[in-house]
Design a binder for this molecule. Structure first.
Ligand SMILES: [Zn+2]
Length: 449
């Protein structure tokens, strides 16, 4: 078993036609379950005129209405604390989690059963095993172990694989880095930003991470794990291979992972999810190679059935054959490209924070950065990028960075300023590097998002 690359060889290499048959059978069961156990779902299905036995092919999935975060939130607010979305009585749950609460939004609350948690760990096993984690590994989890779901599932997957798991909760960065080195961890799980933060701490402590026993990094929580420049920087500083994964609290676990071939994208876990990619404006499906919003149907979570959830994640789907690993699961090239809501319009030019990061990370001398949007003279939108440059020729870097940012954005002028070392915020989870202080004309002081 240890020398084969797949966690679930039968499913991960299943011919796509067979895979579609499996998805259709699972979809019927899911619709039946949602219909029978959640009145809120059965009303939505009834209104759309859908029943499980009418689903004849995967195309019929499109007859099921989308589920948006707003709708889920309304259900939660109408019937707190969880909303009428639970498929079993609350007493049957064993665990509570909530979303990390990105700027300004109320968190969604979720419950899971024992069986759900077995499934959550199983999904992480696809990712860990697929990237080369094996029972002999020592896995350090650099994560706070709170109500945010984060790496909880990875922790259990590590145990399920038979790794030695080191839970790195409630520790300072210094303590974490020292423990990684002292305990001879071979695999480290963290967000991309925090992987860089730990590398920085190690340098300050005079510890050599690239000479340590760490051989793999499992990244999650931010899209940066698939930004080539960020990944390269992390791999250089750790002397280890970095693999991207992405999940979502609303779905309980990861749904995509990078395999050990590192194809520049993440495989979908298609025997447990149906992933659709749609145009976020027209809702029409888009084809391979086109940017769109991913919509996820999950077969695994029994306590909260999820049908056609609008993730707001932007992705570009590519056929499985673009990877050499032999899996028949398709890929998202470049992982998660950002969020539908991330885009900022500056004087008529679209700016995606991910694209800015991809350029900033080309400069290994830059430790941390922040994107700042503000209004000049009460009317004109401005964008500046603050960077910490503890080493190297700062003036030369500022000049080159200013030019590359403008070149990549139709000549849009970016203010690039050096910030004092250590002055910008550091993040352990979900870095928030965009500060938008623009005012809406006529609504002074209001923040536009
Ligand atoms: Zn692959």
């Amino acid at each position: 078993m240890a020398d084969q690359p797949y966690w679930n060889p039968r499913h991960e290499t299943m011919p796509r036609e067979e895979l579609a048959g499996l998805q259709l059978r699972k979809l019927r069961r899911l619709v039946e379950w949602a219909d029978a156990s959640v009145p809120w779902h059965s009303k939505r299905l009834r209104d759309a005129g859908v029943t499980a036995d009418q689903l004849e092919s995967l195309d019929d999935l499109r007859r099921i209405p989308f589920l948006s975060r707003d709708e889920w939130m309304r259900a939660q607010q109408d019937n707190p604390p969880f909303g009428s979305i639970l498929a079993a009585p609350q007493e049957r749950a064993i665990r509570y989690h909530m979303t990390s609460g990105t700027t300004g939004s109320t968190p969604l609350r979720v419950l899971d059963s024992m069986k759900d948690w077995e499934w959550i760990a199983e999904m992480w096993c696809y990712g860990l095993w697929g990237f080369g984690v094996r029972p002999a590994d020592t896995l350090f989890v650099a994560f706070g172990y709170a109500t945010f779901i984060g790496f909880w599932g990875l922790h259990y997957a590590g145990e399920k694989l038979g790794c030695l798991v080191l839970p790195g909760g409630a520790m300072t960065t210094e303590q974490r880095v020292k423990q990684i080195v002292e305990m001879g961890a071979t695999v480290v799980a963290s967000t991309p930003t925090y992987a860089l933060r730990m590398a920085q701490e190690a340098r300050e402590l005079g510890l050599d991470l690239s000479g340590s026993s760490v051989r793999l990094l499992i990244l999650s929580g931010e899209p940066a794990g698939s930004i080539p420049a960020t990944k390269r920087l992390i791999e250089e500083q750790w002397g280890a291979k970095a693999g991207d994964t992405a999940g979502m609290t609303e779905l309980g676990t990861i749904m995509i992972f990078e395999c050990s071939e590192q194809p520049g994208g993440t495989h979908l876990i298609e025997d447990h999810y149906i992933e659709e990619v749609v145009d976020p404006i027209t809702d029409e499906p888009v084809g391979y190679g086109e940017l769109g919003e991913r919509v996820v149907t999950s077969f695994g979570r029994g306590f909260i059935p999820v049908l056609r959830y609008r993730t707001r994640d932007l992705v570009v789907r590519q056929p499985a054959s673009t990877c050499t690993c032999g899996r028949t699961f398709d890929l998202y090239e470049g992982g998660i490209r950002g969020r539908v809501d991330d885009m900022k319009l500056i004087r008529g030019t679209n700016v995606y924070p991910r694209a800015v990061e991809a350029i900033v990370r080309e400069y290994a001398e830059i430790d941390e950065f922040q994107i700042h949007l503000y209004t000049e003279d009460g009317i004109r939108d401005e964008i500046e990028v603050l960077v910490e440059i503890p080493h190297g020729d700062a003036n030369a870097i500022l000049a080159r960075l200013t030019k590359s940012l403008a070149d990549a954005h139709e000549g849009l002028r970016f203010g690039v300023r050096q910030a004092e070392n250590g002055s910008l915020p550091r993040f352990e989870l979900k870095a928030k590097r965009v500060v938008d202080e623009r005012v809406v004309i006529g609504g002074e002081g209001e923040r536009r998002t």
